[in-house]
Structure formats: C-alpha cells, structure tokens
Design a protein around this ligand. Structure first.
Ligand code: 1PR
Length: 476
C-alpha cells in the first residue's frame, strides 16, 4: 500500500523533479496543480469517487472507499485523470475534483492499493480504508450505514479547526488556556492563568466531535526549555495515537538555544522532533516576522537559511504554516501611510476611515512596523504552505471573524488561509465562508467553553448548504 508520495512513486515521473524517474508501474506522469485561480497546495478534505470505467457496482465499496465520505489530501503534484486510460491498463480508479482539475485519488490493481489522500488522517473514513486493506477486503457491500452521512458534493470542503492554546499555569501544570485579545489571565480570582482543560483530552474530544484538524499553540514558547523536553512533544505523541486528523503545532519553531547542552538547535531540527512526534504541520509566528523583516532589508533576496525555507525544503510547503498575529492600526489619510491600508466599515476611535494591520511578535507583546500584506507576500515566496490568520482585536470577543482582514489577505496570496479569532456561534462560521473565499475557519473559546460543539456548528453549516465534511462514526 502506498500513501500520498507512495502513490506518486508508482508513476513514471513527476514535474516535481523531471530528472528523477518513478517506479514506472503506472505509465503516466504527475503534474503540478494549476495555481492560476486556486490555492496550491491542495489541502483539505475531498472525495474519492470510483470511476464508472472501473466497473465497480454502485452497491460495492472498493477497499472501504465510499462515495459520500471525504478524505484528507495535502499535495501540490497530482496524476491528472484521463478517462479510461488507467482502467484500460487494469487499474481501478477513484478520482477527486479540485476547481477544474480531476485527478487520481486512489488506484488499485492485484494486491496493490495506493491513495493520494491520507487514510491515517481521514478520521473514521480513512481508518475504514486501512482496515479493509489489512483484512484483504477488496470489495465490500456499500451501505449508507456510517452514522448520518449525507450526500457529499464534489471538491474541497470548508474546514472547521479546533485550536488549543497551551501553556504551563502558575502551579506548573500544562493546561489549555484562552485569552481575551491574548490576555490569558482571569480578570477575577487572583488573575490565575485561565485553565480550560487538558490538551490531550480536549484534542480527542474535538476529534470525536468532527473537527477537521487540531492545532496546538505553545503560547509560552519564548521561554527556553531543553529541546528534548519541549512539553508539546509528549502532547503530540499521545494525541496522535488517538486522533486521526491532521495535527499542527506552533510556538517556538525557530533556531533554539538549548539550556541543557548550551548549543543552538536549528529550526529544522526542532521541526523534525515535532514531525517525528506526530505533527503534520508546524506553525511559525515570531520567526516568520523576523524572516520577513530580513527579507525586505535584503532587497527581497531570500537567504535560503530561514526556518520557513529549510523546513519547507525538507518537508514540503504544505508542512509549514505561518501564524500571523495582526493588530489593527487606524489612519485618517491612507496616502500618508507607507502601509497597505484599506477603507473600513468600522471606523477608529477618532472616526478614522482607513486601517492597516501591524504584525506582532512574542504573543502580541511587541508590535512591528511590518504589515500583514508584506508578511504574507514574503512568507508565501519563502515557501509557507498556509496562513493561520489570527486577529488580536477579535480574539476571544465572540464578535465574529474580521472579514475585512481576511479579504485583504486572501486577495494577496494564493496559499490557503485559515480564518481565526472571534468565532462565537455557528453564524460566524457561516458568514466567513459565505462572505469571503477563505479555506478554513478556526475556533477556540467557543468550543472550550462548551457553548457549541464542533458537530453542532457543522450541522448548522450543512443545513445551510455549505460544503462541510460529514461527521462519521467508526463503524468497524
Ligand atoms: O511566535 O512562533 O513562538 O508562536 C507562538 C504562537 O502562539 C503564535 O501562533 C501565536 O499566535 C500564539 N500565541 C502567543 N500568545 C498567545 C496568547 O493568546 N497570549 N495565542 C497566543 C494565539 C490565537 C489563536 C486563538 C484564536 C481564536 N491565540 O490561537 O485560538 O484567536 O480564539 P477565539 O476563537 O476564542 O476567538 P511563535
């Protein structure tokens, strides 16, 4: 069985590197997705539809692949589907669509199964495929028995992500916390760090509620701890043994001073530790801003040495998320500002009608002169595969996402954007998906406070006709 690049290796070769031959079991070549009008990498939950030419009866499932399920994909290169070609060579094929391109999602022949999607990250739907392969059950009767699975539309779904801000509290316990505009201390009761639960337990809870991804942010990462004891490593190891959707970890991904050895550990080695412990993506905040400042100071010439560049080169762009912590700055006269300003529907305290967004670092403690447009333009060039777009003004306010910020960033770069900060109810998710073309939306406080479950939010969105991954029970 081959997964993702394991499927790609079966082909003759790839546009990714023309000089490297594939194994050649499949007489076709891989191409890069066309990024003229869409985000590349293709990241998220998409279908795997068995082709008619494969000749599989409608009431049969091939290795547990079901037409109404969604599977997690993350890749920039793909095998374009040409009707009937692979089938003539004896392959059974499942395909997916990504905004005008139909590509191979899975192929099987004899005792070989290869998937472009990641079954190990595709929740119950993916585990079903792995189990069918391990049990040697090529064809099984297909039923609609997996919980409340309803007909899935083709293409990517809008992702709902649960985020856990993690830090050590004053008693030394690692807890999930949540700030109001990044202040995580209780306003009453002795200003303790707000404790909303245990990271591993909460991650599993949100997975079981149907979260499409889980993000962990170590929000005290500016403290130096021995690298091998980074608290998030253990959290990832435990979480990845029970949570089968993508895990992102952020906080402290940078060249790090190890107080135990006295040595500097390169960001790539820090990221490697996280990947080996179960992370699928790493998220960079402060380091990305510093890299962008250096990039502009260096006449926009990349050094090749930044964490974004080294990690994306080693693990692929899709493995590098840049987490942005912007703060609104109001201006009266946009022409007098050197920043990317825009008109706003929400004027400033003195009636200012324009604003720009300043990037902050160190968890919002320091505001820089770099604006969010400059930052995302630079990090996309350096190799970031996705932007986690927070907004300090909205964080913890339950007042909805900052649509103006999201539209500005979405119109600047083609990589996928995760909207974050301000979710207070299902309507806020509906609004961000229908009024912007954002790829994913993240909630923290809304889920931690138990006001809404992920499943309830998804149910509302599905009812309103949005394309959302169905919740599936493990039925095996
Ligand atoms: O700078 O690379 O070490 O990374 C530090 C990371 O920690 C950054 O991603 C930064 O966003 C995050 N961080 C640092 N301090 C805080 C804090 O809250 N004091 N949290 C912090 C960021 C923002 C989101 C939050 C959303 C949604 N939290 O993660 O979950 O705003 O909240 P809501 O739905 O409740 O409104 P580095």
């Amino acid at each position: 069985m081959g997964i993702c690049v394991g499927l790609q290796a079966l082909f003759e070769g790839s546009a990714e590197d023309q000089d490297v031959p594939g194994l050649g079991f499949v007489q076709e070549r891989l191409e890069r997705f066309n990024d003229e009008r869409k985000s590349v990498p293709h990241i998220g939950w998409n279908s795997a539809r068995i082709t008619d030419e494969s000749g599989i009866a409608d009431n049969q499932s091939l290795y547990g692949i079901q037409k109404n399920s969604k599977y997690y994909y993350v890749h920039s290169y793909m095998a374009p589907y040409r009707s009937g070609h692979l089938e003539k060579a004896g392959w059974k094929v499942a395909v997916a669509d990504y905004e005008g391109e139909t590509f191979v999602g899975a192929i099987t022949k004899d005792n070989v199964l290869a998937t472009q999607f990641h079954p190990e990250k595709s929740g119950a739907a993916g585990l079903r495929v792995l189990k069918a392969f391990l049990d040697g059950k090529r064809l099984t009767p297909y039923g609609e028995e997996s919980g409340k699975v309803i007909k899935a539309s083709s293409g990517l779904t809008s992702r709902i992500i649960a985020c856990l801000d993690v830090r050590t509290n004053d008693q030394g316990d690692l807890v999930v916390t949540k700030g109001d505009q990044y202040d995580v201390r209780e306003k009453s009761s002795g200003s303790d760090v707000r404790n909303l639960g245990k990271p591993v337990e909460l991650a599993e809870k949100y997975y079981r509620q149907g979260a499409d991804e889980v993000v962990f942010l170590n929000i005290t990462s500016f403290r130096d701890t021995p690298v091998k004891d980074q608290p998030m490593l253990e959290i990832l190891r435990k979480t990845s043994s029970t949570v089968f959707v993508p895990l992102t970890v952020g906080g402290g991904i940078r060249d790090t001073h190890d107080p135990e050895t006295g040595k500097t550990v390169p960001a790539l080695d820090v990221a490697t530790l996280y990947f080996k412990s179960g992370a699928d993506k790493v998220s960079l905040g402060t380091d990305a801003v510093v890299a962008a400042q250096e990039y502009y100071a260096n006449n926009c010439i990349p050094t090749g040495n930044t964490a974004i560049e080294t990690i994306s080169k080693a693990y692929g762009n899709q493995a590098v998320v840049v987490s942005v912590d912007p703060k609104r700055v109001y201006v009266t006269d946009p022409l007098a500002s050197k920043h990317y300003t825009m008109p706003t529907k929400f004027p400033g305290p003195n009636g200012e009608g324009h604003c720009w967004y300043a990037c902050t670092i160190h968890g919002g403690r320091t505001t820089t002169d770099l604006d969010v447009v400059q930052l995302v333009t630079c990090v996309a060039k350096l190799g970031a595969g996705e932007i986690l777009l927070n907004c300090i003004d909205r964080d913890g306010t339950n007042s909805g996402f900052d649509l103006e910020l999201i539209r500005q960033v979405k119109s600047t770069v083609k990589i996928p954007i995760i909207a974050s900060s301000g979710a207070g109810n299902a309507d806020h998710f509906k609004q961000v998906f229908s009024e912007t073309n954002v790829d994913a939306a993240l909630g923290a406080g809304i889920f931690h406070r138990g006001e809404w479950t992920v499943e309830q939010v998804k149910d509302e969105l599905i009812r309103d006709g949005l394309s959302i991954r169905n919740f599936e029970q493990e039925d095996f």
